[in-house]
Design a protein around this ligand. Structure first.
Ligand code: ADP
Length: 637
């Protein structure tokens, strides 16, 4: 073939392959666009399914249904992650991903990351070591969401692929320019490690290296591919060091702009304190009638807050954004609102201002506590100035959280548990047995009730008193709704009555309320009308019996308080003098004046032997054995 021809054919081949490449690229692009759109379209219905499923979980009373709903939640979440990963990946491939720039708190980022893996860590009994530079500037500018995505992927992989030992999270920094720093992140684990030959493949899509890691259905094999691309977009490189069987380290460096040089502080200490408080946790109070709303855009943080408050039996509602919070406030009132500061769209401060301005909002004056990972100097002044009542730093310390709630919840809904109120009221078996015999006739199972009150007898007593008042209130409300044929209203009241009754151990009443709750929720007006009298009758009897019981208890308490109060001090000489007077009156057979003197003597603070002597003397006087009484007194004179 002549030189020319060769050239021509080469050109033709070039053109053809160029066309082929073009066509392939176009096809790839179309595929990516298709996938990106599809994933987006898929997410909406999945979210609807999951949202409705949450309602089933919350409202269903049947265990089997709840189990199914939990499975739906788990599978749904996996599907959602998968779809989100595919969307991210295709966007990255199609060059459609753009980084956004915003101001963020490094402490808030760390808190959310740590919270995000805490459950997994605890389940696998792994240690988390935080090696975080304390002087890193706390406020930076960059794409926090994507940074969080990369780090949470690395951290969750570290936990996922480690069975024993620890995960170390390192953050260091160096100044690289005016108002610019380079941060180096590293996530190290003592897990299964990765084979050398596999390391190169690690960042490819859908790669799973080890047989152990396959088959785990919550893996997509896309996480690292996405993380790697994102790090590249941020101007860094994701590096891996790994020894098979020993562990891996994933690290990268990126530059971020500094917004505020105030140092982060000792995050590790804060984290350890919060861990410690969770471990040694014993709730300080119980407030089944208290209503608290927690607002945070991070679902993990909401779960943590709910978990922390579980033992207090507060009614905790959660909202995932400022907007959602405002929506809830239109329908329900709360005693305290806890508001995260850093939230997208509408942050905590804006939400607070909106709450205070919201028209017809019954929560206008509700105390609002700022939840913030931002603990730098001046934070307190800042939040108070903005109108918050107080603020709490994240990770939340369970003890501080409770102390704060005790302070801001209305006094009449808080029952301090014995540790907090300082009283030694743990019911001993005799006392419980006695009470049990008194209450069982009334239809109250004291052991069930006490269980809910952390076995605190004093607390239980107070709750019983409240329950007595509630019975009348609720009966009136139920009758009212019945008259108005308002089944949803009836359902709300009968539902809370059921809860109140369970709390004290009034199980029959609770069961009856539950039956009526189901009927009223189903809108079966006629059935509710027929069955309500049974409930009202139970309530009436309970009220009557409870009142008799409470009255007798309060009288007994008053008597013993009177006795306690009258422990008057008296000197030895005066005591002897008083006894001599008593002896004189006994000698005179003067009944009334003897009794009067005895009453006086009993008020003094004396050792048990003297009290015993007085009791003997009193008994003798009652039997008109004045001589015996005189002997008893003379014996100590
Ligand atoms: P996924 O974890 O969802 O499978 P990733 O892209 O995050 O997907 O990880 C890809 C694969 O890399 C994992 O399946 C696992 O085989 C391996 N891998 C990732 N992180 C680690 C780690 N810390 N230790 C051991 N293997 C890891």
């Amino acid at each position: 073939m002549s030189q020319e021809k060769k050239q021509e054919s080469a050109n033709r081949e070039d053109k053809t392959s160029k066309r082929m490449i073009d066509a392939m690229e176009k096809a790839e692009h179309t595929r990516d666009l298709f996938l990106a759109n599809m994933s987006h379209e898929l997410r909406t219905p999945i979210n609807t399914i999951l949202g409705l499923n949450e309602l089933i979980l919350r409202e269903s009373q049947e265990e089997a249904i709840k189990e199914y709903a939990l499975d739906i939640r788990q599978a749904g979440n996996i599907l959602l992650t998968l779809v989100s990963d595919i969307l991210d990946y295709t966007k990255l491939e199609a060059g459609q991903m753009e980084l956004s720039h915003g101001i963020y708190d490094i402490s808030s980022l760390l808190n959310d990351l740590v919270n995000g893996i805490s459950i997994q860590l605890r389940k696998k009994k792994l240690d988390l070591k935080l090696d975080i530079a304390q002087d890193v500037p706390y406020k930076l500018s960059g794409d926090e969401i994507r940074l969080r995505q990369i780090l949470s992927n690395l951290l969750s992989n570290a936990v996922k692929y480690t069975e024993r030992g620890r995960v170390t999270f390192h953050l260091g920094w160096a100044q690289t320019g005016e108002d610019e720093i380079e941060i180096d992140f590293a996530v190290k684990d003592t897990g299964i490690g990765i084979r050398e030959k596999d390391i190169a493949k690690l960042f490819g899509a859908f790669q799973r290296m080890d047989i152990v890691t396959r088959g785990k259905n919550d893996n997509t094999g896309l996480g690292l591919a996405i993380s790697n691309r994102l790090v590249e977009m941020m101007g860094g490189r994701l590096e891996v060091q790994s020894t098979y069987g020993k562990g891996s380290t994933f690290s990268f460096k990126i530059r971020q702009k500094v917004v505020d040089y105030a140092p982060l502080g000792d995050f590790e200490k804060k984290y350890n304190e919060s861990l410690h408080s969770v471990k040694n946790y014993k709730q300080k109070f119980i407030a089944p009638m208290g209503r608290v709303l927690v607002v945070d855009d991070n679902a993990m943080n909401l779960a943590v807050a709910q978990g922390l408050l579980k033992e207090t039996r507060l009614q905790v509602d959660v909202a995932g954004s400022g907007e959602e919070c405002l929506e809830l406030l239109k329908r329900k009132t709360y005693h305290v609102i806890c508001l995260d500061h850093m939230m997208p769209v509408m942050d905590g401060v804006e939400t607070l201002h909106a709450i205070r301005k919201l028209e017809g909002n019954p929560s206008v004056d509700t105390p609002v506590i700022a939840l913030t990972a931002n603990a730098v100097a001046g934070a307190r002044e800042f939040y108070l100035k903005e109108g918050f009542q107080d603020y709490l730093t994240k990770p939340i310390d369970a003890e501080k959280f409770e102390t704060m709630l005790i302070r801001y919840l209305p006094e009449n809904v808080v029952y301090l548990t014995k540790e907090q109120s300082g009283a030694d009221d743990a019911g001993d078996e005799n006392e419980i047995g006695l009470l049990e015999s008194k209450l069982s006739g009334i239809g109250i199972n004291i052991r069930n009730g006490l269980k809910y009150m952390g076995n605190d007898m004093a607390l239980y007593g107070k709750v019983l008193q409240d329950f007595h008042l509630i019975l009348q209130e609720k009966e009136d409300a139920l009758r009212d709704f019945l008259k108005k044929r308002d089944m949803p209203g009836y359902a709300i009241i009968v539902h809370s009555l059921k809860g109140n009754a369970r709390n004290v151990g009034a199980d029959d009443l609770a069961d009856e309320a539950f039956e009526l709750e189901k009927m009223s929720k189903a809108g079966q007006l006629e059935d509710v009308e027929v069955r309500s009298p049974i409930l009202f009758n139970l309530m009436k009897n309970m009220r009557k019996d409870l009142k008799a019981y409470l009255d007798s208890e309060s009288k007994a308490a008053k008597d013993s308080a009177e006795q306690k109060e009258e422990n008057i001090r008296i000197s030895e000489d005066e005591w002897k003098k008083a006894l001599r007077e008593l002896a004189g009156r006994l000698d005179d057979f003067d009944g009334d004046s003897v009794n009067e003197k005895l009453k006086e003597l009993k008020r003094y603070d004396r050792p048990e032997s003297d009290k015993k002597m007085l009791r003997l003397c009193e008994k003798a006087v009652k039997d008109y054995a004045y001589d015996v009484a005189l002997e008893v007194v003379n014996a100590v004179l």
